[in-house]
Design a protein around this ligand. Structure first.
Ligand code: IMP
Ligand code: MG
Length: 170
């Protein structure tokens, strides 16, 4: 399958560095430590590059959820694993790969809120600009067209995750 480049490696790195600064700026004066929640599998590369650029103490949690089958969001969220540490009273930052309908994120946030974090924010690498998601993100890397994208963690039926740029199929 032929992939076209939407966002190349250099552009990703530049923007993620900037996002790290924006996030650091937001928390400075509020807390010295944040608790990040990486939403697997798609956010893995973004997460790892982003946390390197955050100048705070950063704790890690990983959750694994899925809602997509092929190119369609099924709307049914499956939780495959969940956070294993208390987040009550903490500054929590959820790190997502892409915000599409927002169903996945809305589900995740709904549950995380029950643990009474002090503050709950979301960073997403991509947001499809034509869509009006159920919930918003606080830090957004790129607004993109409504295309099905792959690479840098994002997959099409588990393929293309290891491609070092964001690409799309025509
Ligand atoms: P939502 O629940 O509709 O917002 O879908 C969010 C999840 O679906 C993301 O975390 C991705 O895992 C997946 N997803 C949405 N759009 C795309 C895409 O264009 N390419 C690959 N995965 C996508
Ligand atoms: Mg995802």
């Amino acid at each position: 399958m032929d992939l076209k480049v939407l966002i190349d490696k250099e552009k990703l790195a530049r923007r993620i560095k900037e996002m790290g600064r924006e996030i650091t700026e937001y928390y400075k004066g509020k807390t010295e430590t944040i608790h990040t929640v990486c939403v697997l599998k798609g956010a893995i590369h973004f997460f790892s590059d982003l946390v390197e650029n955050i100048d705070l103490n950063v704790e890690y949690s990983f959750i694994h959820v899925s809602s997509y089958s092929g190119m369609e969001s099924t709307g049914r969220i499956r939780v495959k694993s969940w956070i294993d540490e208390p987040i009550e009273g903490k500054h929590v930052l959820v790190v997502e790969d892409i915000l599409d309908t927002g169903q996945t994120l809305s589900y995740i946030l709904g549950y995380l809120k029950r643990y009474n974090p002090k503050d709950l924010k979301v960073a997403t690498l991509l947001k499809k600009s034509s869509k009006k998601p159920l919930v918003g993100a606080d830090f957004i890397g790129f607004d993109i067209e409504d295309k099905f994208v792959v690479g840098y963690g994002l997959d099409f039926d588990e393929k293309f995750r290891n491609i070092p740029y964001i690409g799309y199929m025509e």
